[in-house]
Design a protein around this ligand. Structure first.
Ligand code: ZN
Length: 129
């Protein structure tokens, strides 16, 4: 199954936890695994705190500091920082399903990470027993 995510900023963390939980619920699978995969080279997916929105702001602030917008990049498309951030954060997550629910900690949420927006993106889900 494929989710569509629309980003509004150049860099942005978008909480997709409830969309993925809905997909797990409609799959009818009570015990299994949910693989989340982002098929983009300038985006990523991560799990982190969703309770306090300052956390995602801090993550973006530090990623923007450690991966400068301007450097001696060779890639002519001009979006090398986005490619580097995508690799640092990663393209997939694997989460256990128990009792029809994603096994996430109290404060954890799943974030689609946009690094070269705004764009319309895809998130692939594989929900399996
Ligand atoms: Zn590029």
């Amino acid at each position: 199954m494929i989710l569509t995510v629309k980003s509004k900023s150049r860099t942005e963390l978008i909480d997709i936890t409830s969309d993925i939980q809905s997909a797990v619920r409609s799959s009818g699978i009570a015990e299994g695994l949910c693989m989340i995969y982002v098929p983009h080279t300038t985006a990523a997916v991560t799990i982190n705190e969703s309770a306090d929105p300052s956390v995602k702001a801090d993550i973006l602030m530090i990623l923007n500091e450690i991966v400068p917008w301007k450097a001696k990049y060779r890639h002519l498309e001009g979006n090398s920082p986005a490619h580097v951030k995508s690799t640092l954060v990663g393209a997939s997550e694997l989460i256990a399903i128990e009792n029809g629910q994603l096994v996430l900690g109290t404060w954890q949420g799943i974030f689609f990470c946009e690094f070269d927006g705004p764009r319309t993106r895809k998130v692939h889900l594989k929900i399996m027993k």
